[in-house]
Design a protein. Structure first.
Length: 270
């Protein structure tokens, strides 16, 4: 048995007047109009709860970005809550289903409101009893940390590079199915105690290099403190975009931990 310790935060950054990022983490997410989270949030959840989390970075003028990110997070939560058994037993089918449902929600809103320039990136982690599944669309990234070594396990769905502005995305939520096939990138990693996984929007990766991220994640500190250090570093380097971070660590759920968890749950019920 295992448990996931997770810490997450969402910040508007130093320049943006609105927040186009959103997330879904153990049932928590942000409303459509928001200014981020109040500090760093943290949770511990056991594997029998089928942990799942996702980060969304919206795009589109006239507030369409925050709408797209919100719709994606809302649809993710709905699908997860009604398909936990599918996630546990058939994770690949869950991934296909939730991506399709989120994409349809964003496309439907754009069609109903005659908007052609809205969409959202997506990066998610799904934990089954045996392994972790990582899935992404766009340039929000997923990193894997083991023994102090950082590895990107997501794919940047971008069209080349550009010296001015951001490169165009080739995959994202909001792609009309009749124009282009949705092709999420998926990776699977078997469980091992101590593995760390990072989800983040490009408000982190545009400000910090992989080596800088690796150094911060290698710190011998509590998970929420590491998330706070990562946020502060991105802000100090400019904070030119909204910043969303989800960091989780796989921990063995031994007898002592299970007893403490049981006692805490019993105390909370009283």
């Amino acid at each position: 048995m295992y448990q996931i310790e997770c810490a997450y935060t969402c910040h508007m950054g130093n320049i943006r007047a609105n927040n186009e990022d959103n997330f879904w983490c153990f049932g928590e997410s942000l409303p459509m109009d928001n200014e981020g989270t109040k500090g760093v949030c943290s949770k511990i959840i056991s594997e029998n709860k089928v942990p799942a989390m996702a980060v969304f970075d919206g795009m589109g003028g006239e507030s369409c970005g925050e709408v797209a990110a919100f719709l994606a997070s809302e649809e993710f939560g709905k699908f997860y809550n009604t398909n936990k058994r599918m996630l546990r037993d058939m994770p690949e089918e869950f991934i296909d289903g939730v991506c399709k449902r989120m994409n349809q929600a964003v496309c439907r809103y754009g069609s109903d409101h005659h908007i052609q320039t809205m969409g959202s990136t997506m990066a998610m982690l799904l934990f089954t009893p045996e392994s972790m599944f990582a899935c992404n669309l766009g340039d929000s990234r997923i990193y894997f940390m083991d023994c102090g070594k950082l590895q990107q396990i997501s794919t940047d769905h971008v069209l080349g590079s550009t010296a001015v502005g951001k490169a165009l995305l080739t995959q994202y939520l909001g792609l009309p199915e009749e124009l282009q096939k949705l092709e999420p990138s998926v990776a699977e990693i078997e469980h091992k105690e101590g593995y760390r996984y990072l989800l983040c929007s490009d408000g982190v990766t545009d400000m910090l290099s992989d080596s800088e991220i690796e150094a911060i994640l290698s710190q011998d500190m509590e998970i929420p403190e590491i998330v706070n250090n990562l946020l502060e570093s991105a802000l100090q380097k400019g904070g030119r975009d909204n910043v969303t971070i989800v960091l989780c660590e796989l921990q063995k759920l031994d007898t002592i931990r299970r007893m403490k968890e049981w006692m805490k749950n019993l105390k909370d019920k009283k």
